[in-house]
Design a protein around this ligand. Structure first.
Ligand code: SF4
Length: 467
């Protein structure tokens, strides 16, 4: 094709000189260098017919005759992408108690002691909680119990389960209990058996880092969590337990220990992310770990995991997989941090121990630290909620029209986090050149393009998509 017109593109040079291009349809292509980009889009001197055909097929260029229809195809793919994020389901989080038996150094919500009174959601509010859930979302509901330590309020969880079961039936909801597992017991496990209930727990990078940051006064918290993961796996099944790893500047050289621990437990998946910079964690840890340091650790970790997969042992790192799904427009690529408009209040909602409703877990963390009352959307006790602030924040969360994101190559795979930027910059958009959120996700996307230059690695990531 000699005479062609160009459709809108964004581009970015990777560390190795290759240049990634993308379009509104969230389709990507990697060009060998920036000169090639200029030859195609600036000077129109590229004579590589095969490449031009690929670019035409991927909606980067078009013949003059087809131009209008290609523009329409691109814009309709763009609106389909937004629609997908708009329609994806809401995660409903409930904090039955703020009490906790751990003293974690990076606790984001400033937990209270396990015996303190006045920090629990009363069982008498369960009917209005269920009504609220039914008003804001369609079944099947995905409900997650957060803390504090939810197992300190296990009787609340049981009562909630029973009332919800009576109201809508078992097929219409699933529960996840996010717990350190230190309080798991035989009666709790027995009660959960055969129910649509699973657990999510934390394993940090190596025993040393875990015990340093997740302090338990009475036990070794690392040994305790490993033993209890094993109990849940054995009695409820491996699919009933998932882990999340928080990376701090302790354990940065212990990536192998983290993988070995998961393999020894027979777990097939990890979810690894840097310590969050929300709420009370901002001062305690996040400032000590740069995204650059995290990425150095993360790359070593992923290469170890890829080696495991190459030797026939399937083990998946889900943080990477979510980013890959976004790039590939794959099914299941909905993740509240990677949505435009943002997932805040649209795809997540949190009901706190005192009935306050927030648009995300991060919003309650920022509220707890700064007392920003305007982040409270409503309260289930009064059964009143007002989505005006959410609408204002969501209006400022479309990546295609906010500074830096509007011309970023990852614009339609990435997301927007108005609460993080509100905390850091005092307004929901923020300065992306200084944003930890932007640096993290851009680094992960860059890393994926680095990885998939290798056919072997691409094959593994493609396999994960269907796992
Ligand atoms: S946040 Fe950063 S990486 Fe994400 S779209 Fe915006 S500029 Fe790109």
């Amino acid at each position: 094709m000699e005479d062609y017109k160009q459709l809108p593109i964004n581009f970015r040079r990777l560390n190795d000189g290759k240049t990634v291009i993308s379009n509104l349809a969230n389709i990507f292509h990697v060009l060998p260098n920036q000169k090639c980009l200029e030859d195609i889009f600036l000077h129109k001197t590229c004579s590589d017919k095969e490449l031009l055909e690929v670019l035409e097929h991927k909606l980067f260029i078009s013949s003059t005759d087809d131009f209008e229809s290609k523009v329409q195809l691109t814009t309709s793919a763009f609106s389909k992408g937004i629609n997908k994020d708009l329609r994806s389901p809401k995660l409903i989080m409930v904090v039955p108690t703020l009490r906790c038996d751990h003293h974690c150094s990076y606790c984001q919500v400033s937990r209270v002691n396990a015996d303190q009174e006045g920090f629990d959601l009363s069982k008498s509010h369960i009917p209005s909680l269920i009504k609220f859930i039914q008003e804001i979302e369609k079944p099947p509901y995905k409900i997650e119990f957060q803390g504090g330590e939810p197992l300190l309020a296990f009787s609340f969880i049981q009562e909630f389960y029973n009332q919800l079961l009576m109201a809508i039936g078992a097929k219409n909801f699933s529960l996840v209990i996010a717990s350190s597992l230190s309080l798991i017991s035989e009666p709790i496990i027995t009660w959960c058996k055969g129910k649509n209930i699973s657990f999510s727990t934390s394993i940090d990078v190596g025993k040393r880092a875990h015990n340093k940051h997740r302090k338990l006064n009475t036990k070794d918290s690392f040994e305790t969590v490993l033993a209890n993961i094993q109990r849940i796996s054995n009695k409820l099944g491996k699919d009933k337990i998932g882990t999340v790893t928080t990376v701090t500047n302790d354990g940065l050289s212990d990536h192998n220990e983290l993988v070995d621990t998961h393999i020894a437990l027979g777990l097939r998946g990890l979810f690894v992310r840097p310590v969050s910079s929300y709420g009370f964690a901002i001062k305690k840890q996040a400032k000590d770990l740069s995204i650059e340091e995290f990425m150095q650790f993360y790359k070593k970790l992923i290469h170890r995991i890829l080696r495991e997969n190459l030797s026939g042992h399937t083990i998946i790192e889900h943080f990477l997989l979510i980013h890959y799904k976004r790039i590939m427009n794959a099914a299941g690529g909905t993740y509240v941090d990677l949505m435009s408009p943002a997932g805040y209040s649209k795809n997540s909602v949190l009901i706190d121990y005192n009935g306050n409703i927030f648009g995300s877990d991060e919003a309650r963390m920022v509220y707890r630290k700064y007392g920003a009352d305007e982040l409270i959307i409503g309260n289930i006790k009064s059964r009143k909620y007002d989505l005006k602030l959410s609408e204002h924040l969501l209006q400022h969360s479309f990546n295609d029209d906010i500074p830096a994101c509007s011309d970023c190559v990852y614009q339609n795979s990435c997301g927007s986090d108005p609460i993080y930027h509100l905390q850091e910059f005092g307004e929901p958009i923020g300065d992306k050149s200084l944003s930890r959120f932007c640096e993290l996700h851009k680094s992960i996307f860059d890393f994926i393009f680095e990885l998939i230059q290798s056919t072997e690695h691409k094959r593994i990531l493609d396999r994960w998509l269907n796992d």
